[in-house]
Write a new protein. Sequence first.
Length: 96
Amino acid sequence: MSHSLKNAAERLGLGHRTLMQRMRDKGLLDKHNLPANPVMTKDFLVTRENRYQHPEYGMQYPRTTRVTDIGIPWLAKQLGIERPAPPAVADPREVA
């Protein structure tokens, strides 16, 4: 499963424009917000191609960048974002 950059930004506690700017500054995205090095980041960043018929310009094929499930923690590490650990769950077998 993959997440939009907006959804990934929410999970990382950032705005999506801030996330895209930081990813461009780090060299992860190119100027079109597509993966700058798709071979190296293929497990973490993927592109999705859509298509639609434009009345004036004909068939259009825009591409968007998506972040995979394992790409969220990888992206946090790449950008130096501290993510809080999930809360500890008490083991029901422990009896005090």
